[in-house]
Design a protein around this ligand. Sequence first.
Ligand SMILES: [Zn+2]
Length: 283
Amino acid sequence: MNISKEQLIQDLKKAGIPEGALLHLKVSLKAIGKVDGGPNTLLDALIETVGPEGTLVIDSFITSYPLPLNEEHAKTISTEASPSYAGAMANAMIKHPDSVRSQHPIQRFTAIGKLAHELMDNHTSDSGGYDVLDRMAEMDALNLSIGRKTVGVGTTHVAIEKMGFVKKGAKMGLNYKTSNGHIQTFEVNWNGGCGRGFPKFLPLYEKAGYLKWVKIGNADAVLTNMKGTLDVEIQKLKDDPSFYFCDDPTCKDCQLNWEHSKGNLLKVKFHSLITIIKNKLNK
Ligand SMILES: [Zn+2]
């Protein structure tokens, strides 16, 4: 049976999302099930749940390319209307008539609601890529991550930046139009991360009382307190700076790309070879 807006509102309220909430979203629509009307129905349900005093924020970042940009990539100019690689929900929010897009050339968050302009207008080319989430954590925000495969609770990248970890390797960037109309190349100045290690934090958030498992449609989801999860991450990373690395011995990002990565190229190549042979034998 299809899932209606009314059912979604019921699930969101039951999950504990209060009216007036400042809510960061990470959404796998597929995990929820067949929603009548698709992403726009979920968006309407969220807007009604948080009400006119509430604010919704979603990651709706834009693809960047290796620098120097080749001729093809140089033609892509980032604007407030640029589509995001972040999925159906992010793109539905971008197209909503009341949405406000971040002024940052690449990390273009999208927000709807009372604090939308305050959060988005101040996120510019001079800001850190994840500053919006850092500010939200300070503002008592909640994060809702819908779907077991949805990675992270919004604050892990903030923690990595605050810890000052540095990633080596190729520079990325994107062209955008400056406020005086010039086309300029913006260079990525944050570090990112592979993300497959981020779920290791979930039990820690839960133990500290900052996470609860909820149900939205058919999806398992987590509702977290952003200030809480950021505190947990920073405490853990002070003890163990490698904690956010994934356990895959063939992951170049975690094994090699960080200044504090412990792997070496020979080991990664060896494990990659073993994986290829195993896959061949299993066929
Ligand atoms: Zn990894």
